[in-house]
Design a protein around this ligand. Structure first.
Ligand code: ADP
Length: 484
């Protein structure tokens, strides 16, 4: 099913709510008016009964009906079509009435003392309400009452009926007025609501159109943020933020692809040149051996680059973290350093005074790869014979170890970029030791994959320190704090 546009949906909700409110309000008002008018009718019935009561003379010798001496406010004929009355004696025999035969007949059927209005309908369908009251002569408590005087009665039953014609037509008018008014208000709400909704959503539609118009070849283009600081502005900012992040990621990827091809092309070109040169004429065996040794060294370098690229692309694709395990870092570091296959192994100094409390959550094979990268760099970039310090400590729920050397260190600019793939400081590129520029980015990826991070700290000429922070396993207050 096709979904309605948001503006139409909002308008529908709004007018439906408006209709419910108007219907509820009208029904409430109508019910209140009906109650009030029926109460009024009941009041008029009681007043009419009082008038009839006042027209009767009540004495010890009986109750005498004398409407002529005490004038009836509504007249002897009642009010044509609106009020009818009937007087009956204690046996229910008619004494007098307002001469309205049909209503009189009904009143004759009414009980002697009906205190709550009884409802009936006349032949024309008109609703009526009726009440009755019994009045009787006072009876002395202890003695026999005197005989009833002629023209008098022991008791009289007064009954009155009033028509609800007025009430009915008033309520009908009220219902029509309320319905008309509600419809007018609802129509007005519908028209203004539609306009308001569309006006409120126009910036959204404009933003959608602007977003649609941004082409893939315009990475710098952004959405115009509405002036008002509202949800739409927030949406625009979020969207622009997303574009910025995507742009940066794209740029990184493009740079990475460019760097990767450059890094692969240089050794390949040099390889090809050497092989072409060797094949140009017959050469002595040692010459071939020299070229083959060069080919082997270049292919090893190429292999390193390809391995690094493969690792980085896998780390990108596999967003899942590797399964981490609790590693007793001191013992692990000791074991790893003792088997480090590098001539500089003798220069490595391990300082770990936190004992067994230094347990980290990590993935041992990946951690070994990370540490090897840091150790290889320290060995590569610092003079032989200078110490390579590996120090372990625990602090604030983390376990850290650093690899510090006494080499040339890194400048502030280099520090900010050494974790970028293929970045190599000028000193390393121009005549420094060989490398791919991928080791530190791989190390940083591994630290992040283990839930930690890799930091670099250095001052030119005073060595470099690479610190790995890992989440601690076990209680946070386990080890004594150590200096950085
Ligand atoms: P590679 O060592 O293969 O060039 P890395 O990613 O390991 O690549 O390092 C990137 C760059 O960071 C290096 O080229 C070098 O300029 C610098 N670097 C890394 N470790 C050190 C260090 N211990 N001392 C000085 N510079 C370093």
């Amino acid at each position: 099913m096709k979904t309605l546009p948001i503006g139409t949906r909002l308008t529908v909700y709004y007018v439906a709510a408006m209709a419910a409110v108007l219907a509820g309000f009208s029904a409430g008002l109508y019910a209140m008016a009906a109650r009030h008018l029926h109460r009024q009718a009941e009041g008029r019935l009681v007043a009419a009964l009082d008038t009839l009561t006042a027209a009767a003379e009540i004495g010890s010798e009986g109750v005498e009906w004398e409407p002529d001496e005490r004038r009836l406010a509504f007249g002897r004929q009642g009010l044509e079509g609106r009020l009818a009355w009937r007087i009956a004696d204690e046996k229910g025999e008619r004494v007098d009435d307002s001469a309205t035969a049909e209503i009189g007949g009904f009143l004759g059927l009414l009980g002697p003392s009906v205190r709550h209005p009884a409802a009936f309908t006349d032949a024309s369908g008109m609703p009526w309400r009726a009440m009755s009251r019994r009045i009787e002569r006072p009876r002395p408590r202890d003695e026999e009452p005197p005989p009833v005087a002629p023209g008098h009665h022991d008791a009289l039953i007064l009954s009155v009926a009033i028509s609800l014609d007025g009430v009915r037509s008033t309520l009908r008018n009220l219902a029509a007025t309320l319905a008309g008014l509600s419809l007018a208000i609802w129509t007005l709400a519908l028209l203004t609501g539609r306009r308001l909704c569309h006006a409120a959503l126009r910036p959204l539609a404009e933003m959608a159109a602007a977003a649609h118009a941004i082409g893939a070849d315009e990475p710098g283009r952004r959405l115009q943020i509405p002036a008002a600081d509202d949800e739409l502005a927030e949406l625009g900012r979020s969207f622009n933020g997303l574009l910025n992040r995507l742009g940066e990621a794209l740029e990184r990827q493009q740079r990475f692809a460019g760097d990767a091809s450059h890094q692969l092309r240089t050794p390949l070109t040099s390889l090809q040149g050497q092989v072409d040169l060797a094949l140009r004429q017959d050469r002595r065996p040692e010459e071939y051996r020299r070229v083959l040794a060069l080919v082997r060294s270049k292919t090893r370098h190429l292999r390193q680059i390809v391995d690094g690229l493969l690792f980085l692309s896998r780390a990108d694709a596999e967003a899942r973290r590797p399964s981490l395990e609790e590693v007793p870092l001191e013992a692990w570091l000791r074991a790893h350093l003792s088997s480090w296959p590098d001539p500089r192994r003798a220069d490595v100094v391990l300082e770990a005074d936190a004992g067994d409390s230094c347990r980290a959550l990590a993935h041992p094979p990946l951690l070994a790869e990370l540490l090897d990268n840091l150790l290889d760099n320290a060995a590569k970039y610092s003079p032989p014979g200078t110490p390579i310090e590996v120090r372990l400590r625990r602090h604030d729920g983390e376990v850290s170890f650093h690899v510090r050397d006494s080499g040339p260190g890194l400048s502030g600019d280099d520090l900010g970029r050494v974790f970028e793939p293929f970045y190599r400081a000028d000193s390393a590129r121009l005549g420094g030791p060989g490398g791919t520029g991928l080791g530190l980015s791989i190390a940083a990826r591994i630290a992040a994959a283990c839930g930690g991070r890799l930091r670099a700290d250095s001052q030119p000429g005073r060595g470099a320190t690479f610190t790995v922070d890992l989440p601690a396993a076990g209680p946070a207050d386990g080890g004594p704090p150590g200096p950085a």
